[in-house]
Write a protein that binds this ligand. Structure first.
Ligand code: SAM
Ligand code: SF4
Ligand code: SF4
Length: 364
């Protein structure tokens, strides 16, 4: 494994866990700031665009418990990632609230400190089904930010999309419970698929406008191989802005932080903002500072990477913190990914032939 860290000024001299927080950059000069950790590959939903029942049916072989990274292992990887510059840790999956004891993991991660002694932001992405029960415990454990996926407010469609007949009202109750528990900011993610839920763009905007929650629209992406993605099903960000703007005038907002995935727009009447994640029509690979750890401990440097680096083998093979740190630095240093930028250059055949990892395994 490559361990060259020549851009990591003074890193080795400073010791593995006292690396300069801005030094580590990849082959395209992008720093490492955001680590997304998939804590389970299981989910209680079968969203048609993510874990369709035809693929993730009764016989689907999910990972065994001992294949998952333990909380100790996740904490160790996170600590080293923070020393390398990570400032946000996002727990995802599958459905992260299904992982037993998730609160304990959150409190371990919330205790991590940057080399400068600062706090690391702890975020979680959830389908919201268990939020009403868990919100207070998540807050008490130290959860800072929350993203809840809501693809429609039409209950019949919501139940059809999650394919387990889960009612949207229970998710909305969960969002309120999280807000009352003091978790914030809370963002709402809506994946837009043409012909399925794109007629819900305007009702969703109207509903979440002037609430404490920021609605973000996500272009439907070609992650994994089970959702049968087709470019015609993508509703371009520009169309979403135009449609909402026709009802509620919008003004563009600047990015708050480098590497932000969502383009922000504010309502001209001052009643909040929306975000649009245009992963297909207006890519943002140039500032992408995200790495992902899969459920079984593989480090992926891109959502569309075809292979991950097996950190679990290092962890369970007795690697020291310094060895792990050098391995992670080497992987990031060699990173050259920019799939969304080259997607349009690929023919549909080439795109389909390219191996891709499922979102529920790699973590969305
Ligand atoms: N189960 C949790 C949830 O649904 O929020 C966390 C994991 S889920 C894989 C993370 C996010 O990925 C969700 O907001 C989901 O809507 C989004 N997602 C899944 N498949 C997608 C696709 N093909 N294109 C765009 N977003 C997708
Ligand atoms: Fe589960 Fe989230 Fe995927 Fe839906 S999007 S199937 S809730 S992991
Ligand atoms: Fe980052 Fe890969 Fe997405 Fe580009 S395609 S923004 S490199 S995760």
């Amino acid at each position: 494994m490559a361990i060259s860290t020549s851009r990591e000024t003074g890193a080795r001299a400073a010791g593995a866990l006292r690396l300069p927080s801005v030094g580590l950059v990849d082959a395209r000069d992008r720093p490492l700031r955001d680590l997304r950790i998939s804590v389970t590959d299981r989910c209680n939903f079968r969203c048609v665009y993510c874990m369709p029942r035809s693929v993730f049916g009764k016989d689907y072989a999910f990972l065994d418990r001992d294949e998952l990274l333990s909380f100790e292992e996740i904490e160790r990887i996170s600590r080293i990632a923070v020393a390398h510059g990570v400032r946000k840790l996002r727990l995802t999956g599958g459905e992260p609230l299904l992982r037993r004891g998730i609160e304990e993991l959150i409190s371990r991660l919330a205790a991590l400190r940057t080399p400068e002694g600062g706090k690391v932001e702890i975020a979680l992405t959830t389908n919201g089904s268990a939020l009403a029960i868990k919100a207070q415990a998540l807050k008490d454990a130290g959860l800072d930010r929350l993203t809840v996926s809501v693809d429609t407010l039409d209950d019949a469609l919501f139940q059809r999309m999650n394919d387990v007949r889960f009612p949207v009202t229970r998710v909305l109750e969960g969002i309120e419970a999280a807000h009352e528990a003091g978790i914030g900011p809370i963002k709402i993610n809506m994946v837009v698929k043409r012909g399925l839920n794109d007629h819900e763009i305007e009702p969703m905007a109207a509903f979440f406008k002037a609430t404490p929650y920021t609605l973000r629209f996500i272009e439907y992406m070609d992650v994994g191989t089970s959702n049968g993605w087709d470019l015609d099903e993508v509703v371009p960000a520009a169309e979403i802005v135009e449609r909402i703007g026709a009802l509620f005038p919008l003004e563009p907002l600047g990015a708050r932080a480098a590497g932000e995935t969502a383009k922000r727009w504010q309502y001209a009447d001052g009643s909040g903002e929306i975000g649009i994640i245009s992963s297909v029509t207006n890519t943002f690979c140039g500032t992408c500072n995200r790495a992902r750890i899969s459920t079984e401990g593989r480090l992926f440097t891109c959502l569309f990477a075809t292979e991950g680096h097996d950190l679990r083998a290092l962890l369970r093979g007795g690697a020291s913190d310094a060895e792990l740190s050098r391995a992670m630095a080497g992987i990031w240093h060699a990173r050259d990914d920019r799939y969304s930028e080259i997607r349009s250059e690929l023919t549909p055949e080439l795109r389909a032939a390219r191996p891709r990892i499922e979102m529920s395994y790699i973590g969305g």
